[in-house]
Design a protein. Structure first.
Length: 304
């Protein structure tokens, strides 16, 4: 394996941005947990991202892409490879017919504001949603009755061999909090979204209502990854209701606990570790199975 300085230099040149060793991933994830990345870099644009991936392949390093870190949880030992951040892929371009060309690193908050300022409706539901557009498409994030699958027209991505590919909404194979990107090693770089012309005051009102609802539910009080489990609609009850029925609200394990205001949230009290979250997830899964005979599926992705 080449010396660390050789790898850092190659990554920095490809990314057009300084690569860093032993980078603390906790600062990049909404849980504020996780050990260091062996290497961390943030390419300046999609072409730089493509070049960075080529360098990583040449060196035979492990790699994972990081958007807003809203659904990722890195282990306490960190990640033994390269973590690529999309934090510089933040371009939004308005096109005809209420279409928006949005790079993967654009935050959902920034896109909500852009749509509001341009009187475009159809993305109000994402007000206050943590993470990025790329991560939202990857997860087919859903809240307040809407999901990314409803507004995606086309996705531009990189294949595992570094080729540009275009996927239609149908080819994205969207399902409940699922997409082809969770199955195939495609890296999302840009998304074409279709919104609709709307009344700015009505859009602003709806955005304000959703933001207030999130605040009233305490969703911004503690570091968290949002919903810890997917809803099992076959059960007829939300994951939160199933967990609450097990008497787990407020249950603490180490430095993390089940949030008192929303049983499907696990929050970091400030002293948590990734190990605590993993153990609490397992405890919740077991309790729900024993009481309801329902298998909960975690929404949080623990890597590696």
């Amino acid at each position: 394996m080449p010396a660390q300085t050789v790898i850092l230099d190659a990554l920095s040149r490809a990314a057009q941005s300084p690569a860093q060793p032993d980078y603390p991933l906790a600062r990049e994830c909404s849980f504020r947990l996780g050990g260091p990345a062996q290497y961390f870099c943030a390419p300046q644009d999609p072409e730089a991202l493509r070049d960075t991936l080529a360098v990583i392949r040449d060196f035979g390093l492990k790699v994972i892409l990081l958007g807003g870190g809203a659904n990722l949880l890195f282990r306490d030992e960190g990640f033994p490879g390269v973590v690529i951040s999309t934090k510089h892929l933040t371009a939004i371009r308005a096109e005809a017919d209420s279409l928006l060309r949005v790079e993967a690193g654009v935050s959902n908050t920034a896109l909500t504001e852009f749509a509001l300022q341009n009187a475009l409706s159809g993305f109000e539901w994402a007000a206050g949603l943590p993470g990025t557009v790329g991560g939202g498409v990857f997860m087919n994030a859903k809240c307040y009755g809407s999901a990314f699958s409803e507004v995606v027209t086309r996705v531009t991505a990189l294949s595992s061999t570094g080729d540009w590919i275009q996927l239609s909404a149908e080819e994205c194979r969207f399902a409940y909090k699922s997409s082809v990107f969770q199955i195939q090693p495609y890296i999302i770089t840009e998304v074409l979204l279709h919104l609709a012309s709307g009344d700015r005051e009505m859009i602003c009102q709806r955005v304000g209502e959703i933001q207030a609802d999130r605040k009233n539910k305490g969703q911004f009080l503690f570091p968290s990854a949002g919903c810890a489990f997917k809803n099992n609609y076959a059960s007829g009850q939300s994951a939160g209701a199933l967990i609450e029925a097990c008497g787990l609200k407020g249950h603490q394990l180490g430095g993390v606990r089940v949030f008192e205001q929303h049983a499907n949230f696990i929050v970091n009290t400030g002293q948590g570790r990734t190990r605590d979250v993993i153990d609490l997830l397992k405890l919740i899964e077991q309790a729900v199975w024993e009481k309801h005979h329902i298998r909960l599926e975690p929404e949080i992705r623990v890597v590696p």
